[in-house]
Ligand binder design. Structure first.
Ligand SMILES: C[S@@+](CC[C@H](N)C(=O)[O-])C[C@H]1O[C@@H](n2cnc3c(N)ncnc32)[C@H](O)[C@@H]1O
Length: 242
C-alpha cells in the first residue's frame, strides 16, 4: 500500500528548488510554492510561481516599498510581500480572498506616482474561465484586437501609478490552441510596453506543470506538428521620465 502511494506520488511529485537569487535569464520552477507554507493557492488555475515574485521583489524593491498586483488572483504577490516586509496591495476583478480589493486593472483607485513596484500575471487570451465577469480580460480572445486594447489600458494605468525610476514586471505566455493560428502574445505585449517603459531584461521561466508531464499531450504535439508551451516570458521594465 505504502509503496503504491509513494509510486503515484513520485509520478507527479516535484522537488522544490532552493530559494535563491537567480543570476541568469533562465529560471526553472518545478513547484508553485517555496518553503513549507503556501503563497497564493496552488489549486487556483493560473497561479504564479511564488519564486518568480520573490526574486523580483528581492532585486527591485526594498523593505516597506509599496508593491501593486492589479491581477492578484489567489494572492501570491500579497503573501510574498508579507514574507519580505513589503506593503502589498492586490486588486482583482473577482477577488478570491478578503485581503484582495475589487478593481479593474485598467482603472485603479491609486494615486499617480505613488507605487514602488508593479507585478502582473494577467490572463493570456481566453483559455481559462476565471469569474465570467464581463470586465474580465480573460473573456477576450488574443486573436482579436480587443485583448490588446484592454492590455494597453492596463499598461498606461501601471505607468501612471508607478513612481519615476521604479520597476514593472509582466509574466506572460504565448498562446496556442490546436486548429487555431499561433498567437505571439509575448512579443505583442512587449512592443506595447515599450511605448511607456524602458526595457531592463527578458527572463524565460521554464514551466514544469502537470499537463506537460502527461504523455498523451506529447504524442498529440508530435502527431499534430505543434509545440506545447514550455516557458513564460518575464518582461522587466522601468519607468524613466527625464
Ligand atoms: C493569471 S490570474 C493571476 C494569478 C495570480 N498572480 C496568482 O498567483 O494567483 C489572472 C487574474 O486576472 C483577473 N482579472 C481579469 N481581468 C481583470 C481586470 N480587468 N482587472 C483586474 N483583474 C482582472 C482574473 O480574475 C484572474 O484572477
Amino acid at each position: 500500500m505504502e509503496q503504491s502511494n509513494n509510486k503515484s506520488k513520485k509520478r507527479f511529485a516535484f522537488e522544490k528548488p532552493k530559494l535563491k537569487l537567480e543570476t541568469t535569464t533562465l529560471w526553472e520552477y518545478p513547484s508553485q510554492h517555496y518553503g513549507k507554507s503556501q503563497q497564493g493557492d496552488k489549486e487556483y488555475v493560473g497561479a504564479t510561481p511564488s519564486y518568480v515574485i520573490w526574486n523580483l521583489l528581492q532585486r527591485y524593491t526594498r523593505e516597506n516599498d509599496v508593491v501593486i498586483d492589479p491581477f492578484c488572483g489567489s494572492g501570491t504577490t500579497l503573501d510574498v510581500c508579507k514574507d519580505l516586509n513589503r506593503q502589498g496591495l492586490g486588486f482583482d476583478i473577482a477577488p478570491y480572498r478578503e485581503d484582495i480589493l475589487k478593481g479593474d486593472a485598467r482603472k485603479l483607485p491609486v494615486k499617480g506616482n505613488s507605487v514602488d513596484f508593479v507585478f502582473m500575471d494577467p490572463p493570456y487570451s481566453n483559455h481559462i474561465k476565471y469569474s465570467g465577469d464581463p470586465q474580465c480580460i480573460g473573456e477576450l480572445d488574443a486573436r482579436t484586437p480587443l485583448y490588446y486594447e484592454a492590455m494597453e489600458k492596463v499598461f498606461a494605468e501601471s505607468f501612471r501609478i508607478l513612481k519615476n525610476r521604479r520597476y514593472f514586471a509582466l509574466y506572460v505566455s504565448d498562446s496556442f490552441k490546436k486548429g487555431k493560428p499561433f498567437c505571439p502574445i509575448g512579443f505583442e505585449l512587449f512592443q506595447r510596453l515599450q511605448k511607456h517603459f524602458k526595457p531592463i531584461d527578458i527572463i524565460s521561466v521554464v514551466r514544469h506543470n502537470r499537463t506537460l508531464k502527461r504523455n498523451h499531450w506529447h504524442t498529440s504535439a508530435i502527431e499534430g506538428n505543434y509545440f506545447l508551451r514550455g516557458f513564460n516570458y518575464l518582461f522587466i521594465m522601468k519607468k524613466e521620465v527625464l
